[in-house]
Design a protein. Structure first.
Length: 473
């Protein structure tokens, strides 16, 4: 046996490559080597094949098409024997091969065909046009093909499709795979393992941000010097039958930094209250969030009176969806801020780090909000109504000149409240929408009212986030 595996480069079985599938498989192998140091790679392949066949009943079709394990013509132990036979031919280098450079590692070595039967999201058979020079498949080193075989053990189902996560930090990548491996080993020990792990979340956004929460709770080192510059990619795919498909979700470092900062001790209570209040479920259209109980109160026609976090955390959340899909959450902040005091620092962080707004702009908006809320209530109501109704930058500019600059001059102020520099560079910059300026000003006005304990019935229009997006496209 040792003579067989002597041709394997063990370093390349676990070394990070940058390929998301190969890296998941590599971390699984690293995990198993640590757990079973007495086993060589062929023994680990046999160990995994027995799990796939005997425990999971060969249900790895979303990964491999017509492999020895998913091939309907093979039954029971034949699946295991054929799998061992195939990988032995790779290790012995008796399988058809050619000299060249591996498409994943770039290493010059003997290459073997990697198609849909032994790798993920690649072409083969009638889809050879996906490959250079119409080769039979991607040409990979045997180490990379071996790594692919272990991917199911480090993956998870989200809403009926396979999901793996890759980040720009090795510790975070390994954390994701190790957690899945631990759960699989525990399930095997309890004789309850029936297949690839299933996430409790059916929605990719919920699952991805739950992973972020896990990273932060477990204090995984996510970047050098604690800069939190972590970016995350979730691959949501199926390689099943005639309909292979993959959707790639990207969470940039700016969103990660914003989200993780909001979970800090000074902002966490405000952020979580805001976040929890934005879950929705089509089955409970009348559900209202109760900030006192942290539950969703349902209508009388529903079978239960309220839903707790363990149940509603799997509902769709427009905040998480928008953060993941690059859509603005500013209007959500504004609508929330009408009735709830909210730490303005959260909005500042979002606008600065995600929307690239200048701090000078935010400072000026806060100054204007303070100025406008120093008037009597009737004037404040008129200002809110006017701002909310504006449909163009021209109208907002006229408001600043007529309702702010002119009033400031009329009050006998010695210094101008808005300078030409403020107007050009900070209130109407080329890279920021005038709507954002208006909405932040409205938010800041309501926060000033909360701080001064001024109650008024002036509310914003019922325009929802979808309408806002349509007008901006």
């Amino acid at each position: 046996m040792k003579q067989v595996v002597a041709t394997i480069n063990y370093e390349w079985l676990t070394k990070p490559t940058g390929d998301p599938f190969a890296d998941v498989g590599g971390y699984v192998i690293k995990y198993l080597i640590g757990k079973y140091p007495e086993k060589d790679i062929l023994s680990l392949i046999e160990y995994m094949a027995k799990i796939y066949v005997n425990k999971w009943q060969g249900k790895i079709n979303p990964f491999f098409l017509n492999s020895a394990i998913t091939q309907p013509a093979f039954k029971g132990d034949v699946k295991i024997k054929e799998t061992i036979k195939y990988f032995t031919s790779l290790i012995n280098e008796t399988a058809l091969n050619e000299e060249g450079y591996c498409r994943i590692t770039g290493r010059k070595t003997k290459l073997f065909k990697a198609g849909r039967d032994n790798s993920l999201m690649s072409g083969s058979g009638t889809f050879v046009n996906f490959h250079h020079n119409f080769q039979l498949g991607m040409m990979l080193s045997k180490e990379m093909i071996i790594r692919m075989f272990f991917v199911p053990f480090g993956s998870i189902f989200i809403g009926g499709r396979i999901a793996i996560i890759q980040t720009n930090q090795a510790d975070a990548n390994e954390f994701f795979v190790k957690k899945n491996c631990d759960e699989n080993i525990n399930a095997l020990g309890a004789s309850i393992s029936e297949g690839v792990l299933k996430s409790e979340y059916n929605i990719p956004a919920n699952a991805l941000f739950h992973f972020v929460d896990d990273l932060l709770i477990n204090q995984i080192k996510v970047a050098s010097n604690n800069t939190k510059e972590l970016s995350i990619t979730l691959y949501h795919f199926t390689n099943f039958g005639a309909s292979p498909e993959i959707v790639i979700y990207k969470l940039p470092s700016t969103i990660f930094k914003f989200y993780s900062t909001c979970l800090g001790p000074e902002l966490k209570s405000d952020w979580q209250l805001f976040l929890l209040s934005h879950y929705t479920n089509s089955k409970f259209k009348g559900a209202k969030y109760n900030v006192a109980t942290l539950n969703y109160e349902l209508t009388k026609k529903d079978e239960v009176e309220h839903v707790g976090f363990e149940d509603y955390k799997i509902w769709r959340n427009v905040v998480l969806d928008n953060l993941l899909n690059g859509k603005s959450i500013l209007r959500l902040f504004v609508n929330w801020g009408i009735k709830h005091p909210f730490n303005f620092t959260i909005v500042e962080l979002y606008q600065k780090h995600v929307q690239n707004m200048k701090q000078e702009t935010l400072n000026k908006i806060k100054e204007l909000a303070l100025f406008l809320t120093n008037a009597d209530e009737d004037v404040i109501k008129k200002s809110i109504k006017a701002l909310d109704g504006y449909k163009s930058a021209y109208e907002l500019r006229r408001f600043f000149l007529k309702n702010v600059v002119a009033l400031n001059y009329k009050n006998g102020a010695q210094d101008p409240i808005i300078t030409m520099e403020d107007l050009v560079y900070y209130l109407f910059p080329d890279d920021i929408s005038w709507r954002d300026i208006r909405d932040i000003l409205l938010f800041a006005i309501y926060q000033e009212l909360h701080a001064k304990n001024i109650k008024m019935d002036a509310e914003l229009s019922s325009t929802d986030i979808e309408d806002i997006e349509k007008t901006e496209n």
